[in-house]
Design a protein around this ligand. Sequence first.
Ligand code: FAD
Ligand code: FES
Length: 258
Amino acid sequence: MKLETARILSHEQVYEDTFLMWLSCPPIARGASPGRFLMIHCADGYDPLLPRPMSFHRFRDNDDERQFAILYDVRGRGTAWLSQRQAGDQLTLFGPLGRGYAVKRDAQNLLLVAGGLGVAALIVLADEAIKRGKAVTLLQGARTVSKLYPTELLPKEVEVFSATDDGSAGHHGLVTDLLSDHLPWADQVFACGPNAMFRSMSGVLREARTRKPVQALLEERMGCGTGVCYGCAVFARRGVKLVCKDGPRFELRDVFPY
Ligand SMILES: Cc1cc2nc3c(=O)[nH]c(=O)nc-3n(C[C@H](O)[C@H](O)[C@H](O)COP(=O)(O)OP(=O)(O)OC[C@H]3O[C@@H](n4cnc5c(N)ncnc54)[C@H](O)[C@@H]3O)c2cc1C
Ligand code: FES
């Protein structure tokens, strides 16, 4: 996989501990699509050694150049280093990687389910779907109101329903509590969040006795991002799969049966 250099166009903290970074790197932008990801080297030297995976969060066209953004939370050393970068700095990265979301041509109503920062990978799907005239509903859940993605940053056509663990905004409880009300409307469901959310979704889908296809974007700790180290292996219906290469998009029921 060829290493590329990206230039940081802008970098801002958009809400609590969550940063938005716009990048210019035409070779990476070329093959990027919703649900795919890139690996970013997050150090001045070799520590930490392993690059960090980040989803494509948004695309835009600027003077004939396709640019992309990432949205990330500061979690540990790599993302803390990233948060100190400034506009004009350069990053070493590679990608785009993995298999992203696949929207069926005849699907008109798209239901997006985001848990925590899983929303980072779903916004770009909403953007592209709205551009193609599809209807989009986003269910987003977070610990508390300050961790919800600001709705004013979304295309105005997207209908948003929120849930918070502490009841500070929207439904008091899990985002998956909202799922059954919206399932009958949806032609396709797309999800991104922690494994606990996927487990809870599969419970709701089992109770609803539906075989509706749900595409889930899985997150695992990654070493290489290219199918070499087996660090991201998961057990799926048809055996062991690699999140970086076979995914990160999987049919939910293949990994969390219902
Ligand atoms: C395909 C993919 C796409 C991702 N997209 C995004 C994104 O768009 N925005 C974003 O903020 N994060 C995203 N992540 C998670 C992100 O890669 C980790 O938060 C990051 O690697 C943490 O690096 P660190 O050095 O700051 O933390 P570390 O010091 O490596 O770890 C700190 C803590 O973060 C958690 N963590 C680390 N890596 C992961 C991981 N891969 N999955 C879940 N938890 C992890 C663990 O709890 C760990 O203890 C994605 C992960 C994958 C696999
Ligand atoms: S991260 Fe190395 S095989 Fe997936």
